[in-house]
Ligand binder design. Structure first.
Ligand code: DX5
Ligand code: ZN
Length: 223
């Protein structure tokens, strides 16, 4: 059983106080900072430019988990200052050069990951598996925070885990991204996800502080 990883969605943090938010993430036992990069083409939204992201790294020592929701990500990967320990997810739908993009990411020492939108079949992953350390399963349609879980994605997580294990890729982790709420995470855990993008549905829920929300999330782990 893989240890549950929490990846805080920076786009859901208090943007006017990013420095102090990042420090709170560091001291709350969060594993990664999830960086949603959006170009207004692959998704109908614009988010988190390379320059802004690099500036935030001066305030936080946590590894970054980049989620590239952009057309032709191979063109933007070189613009980020990636570090060993970082993860970079590229959408299988966003480039004809998925393996080239994964190789570029690995060359920096970061871990490459492949992401799928809710309706994209798992078969899109089969020939990139040797090059990745994580699969990102979108459990909402990408582009915006605050959306509701696409129900059939729970079964997709389960089938993804079964496919990875049956092909001998037991070490590839599965990240759920979208509406990872206190109610949904137990279902996602049961289905086989071990890494969760936590945003407005949980970690940044105004009913909690970052610290108390993180503690509540840790309590959901299947022991
Ligand atoms: C969706 C984003 C996520 C996430 C935000 O495109 O990639 O960061 O949905 O968290 P929630 O869904 O909880 O607002
Ligand atoms: Zn994301």
């Amino acid at each position: 059983m893989k240890k549950m990883k929490l990846s805080a969605s920076l786009m859901c943090a208090d943007i006017l106080n990013l420095g102090s938010e990042l420090q709170k993430l560091e001291t709350s036992g969060i594993d990664y900072v999830h960086i949603d990069v959006m170009d207004g083409h692959f998704v109908p939204n614009l988010m988190l430019s390379p320059r802004l992201v690099d500036l935030t790294r001066t305030a936080c020592r946590l590894p970054y988990d980049y989620h590239l929701m952009v057309e032709r990500p191979e063109n933007i990967i070189p613009t980020f200052r990636l570090r060993p320990g970082d993860v970079v997810s590229v959408h299988a739908e966003s480039t004809v050069h998925l393996q080239r993009a994964a190789a570029m990411i690995k060359a920096t020492g970061a871990t490459a990951a492949a992401a799928l939108n809710p309706a994209t079949p798992l078969e899109f992953l089969r020939d990139i598996l040797p090059d990745i350390g994580m699969v990102l399963i979108m459990t909402v349609n990408p582009g915006f925070a605050g959306q509701k879980l696409v129900p059939q994605t729970l079964d997709k997580i389960k089938r993804c885990r079964a496919m990875l294990d049956s092909l001998g890729f037991n070490d590839i982790s599965i990240q759920a991204d979208g509406n990872c709420s206190f109610e949904n995470i137990p279902k996602m855990l049961k289905a086989g996800a071990d890494n969760f993008v936590v945003g407005s549905s949980s970690l940044f829920d105004p009913a909690y502080t970052i610290k108390t929300a993180a503690e509540k999330l840790r309590g959901l782990e299947i022991n």
